[in-house]
Design a protein around this ligand. Structure first.
Ligand code: ACO
Length: 319
């Protein structure tokens, strides 16, 4: 049996840190409100010249270095993003070119905050199906560029960044992607969307969210796919070493873990210093926990996310 095994993880963040206090004077808010309601204390904001492609490239280079493999060995790049450099071509192809890769194939996946889980699952199918041997799976976003900086209900929540994994098809491995569960339901579109696009307004648009409505559905949807991914792999929360959730809100993370009976000591939390980086949040958290030695070879790791669409999904990996 072929499995998609993780060889390495990497991350990249813009240089500029924006702390909660920096919003005072931009919109009517406070450090206390943001920290209490979301757990966020600071986030990174892309500066001039920092784009989804440049951050994605930097995260990919860090993941390749962590894996100890050369870019020329990559024959598949799947980039999860809702903030591409251009409407087309795919930003994944631009990253492929930046990495000096001219063989194999690259494409973008758009599932908003669940994008990385969709991208991981997609790459896993290509690797297990024999269509590719070694893949880069990247989540990269510059959400600061689609925020309405006059809307306090959204602009305080998001940040920019990128994370990446290198995956390799290996025969007979105990490690790798063990199971996944993906869902979507377009009836929730109006609760979290961008109010522009090439085919409707001809503009990029800005993010709009009914935060309370998203919150209401998040915990149930997350629990649904995590339980399904555990069941498909014949595992339970008791077997888990690390729970790496999408980093939207500390309250959602804690409530999901509680419902799933996951030990709080096993949760990787980065929302306090990254904010919600959409498709980049899970690989950023994975890369951080690998770099600081928490996630080790052989650990059982559950990743999950929920976001615009709605989309939601989870994947279980033996690291
Ligand atoms: N500063 C101060 N006050 C604020 C702010 C702010 N930044 N934003 C909103 N408020 C006010 C509201 O106006 C409201 O005031 P009112 O009671 O006078 O009307 C009050 O705070 C409470 O607002 P709620 O929306 O009820 O606050 P809530 O506790 O629900 O927290 C939040 C809001 C943080 C957005 C929360 O609902 C949330 O995290 N939702 C989920 C978001 C999410 O998970 N998104 C994930 C997907 S992201 C993606 O896919 C791109």
């Amino acid at each position: 049996m072929i499995r998609s095994v993780v060889l390495g993880a990497g991350a990249a963040l813009p240089a500029r840190i924006m702390r909660n206090a920096d919003f005072e004077g931009v919109v009517e808010t406070s450090d206390e409100w943001i920290a209490q309601r979301t757990g966020i204390r600071e986030r990174r904001i892309a500066g001039e010249g920092e784009t989804t492609a440049s951050l994605g490239e930097a995260a990919a280079r860090a993941a390749l270095a962590n894996a100890g493999v050369d870019a020329s060995s990559i024959d598949l790049i799947v980039l999860a993003t809702s903030t591409p450099n251009n409407t087309f071509p795919a930003t994944a192809v631009e990253i492929q070119q930046r990495l000096g890769i001219s063989s194999g194939f690259a494409f973008d996946i758009q599932a908003v905050c669940t994008g990385f889980v969709y991208a991981l699952t997609t790459a896993d199918l290509y690797l297990r199906g024999g269509q590719a041997k070694r893949a880069l799976v990247i989540g990269a976003e510059t959400f600061s560029r689609i925020l309405d900086w006059t809307d306090r209900t959204t602009c305080v929540l998001f940040g920019d960044g990128a994370g990446a994994l290198v995956l390799e098809a290996q025969e007979g491995s105990e490690r790798g992607v063990l199971s996944a569960s993906l869902r979507s339901d377009g009836s929730h579109k109006h609760k979290l969307y961008v109010d522009g696009g090439p085919s409707t307004t001809g503009t990029v648009g800005m993010l709009r969210m009914e935060g309370r409505e998203v919150f209401k559905h998040a915990v149930g949807m997350i629990a649904d796919v995590v339980v399904d991914a555990f069941a498909k792999a014949g595992k339970t929360a008791a077997d888990l070493d690390w729970f790496v959730p999408h980093q939207a809100n500390k309250r959602i993370i804690d409530a999901s873990a509680k419902k799933l009976e996951i030990d709080p000591a096993k949760i990787v939390v980065t929302v306090d210093h990254h904010g919600n980086t959409s498709a980049a949040s899970v690989p950023l958290a994975l890369a951080e926990a690998v770099a600081d030695g928490r996630i080790k070879r052989g650990d059982l790791v559950m990743v999950e996310a929920m976001g615009g669409g709605f989309t939601w999904g989870a994947a279980l990996l033996r690291w």
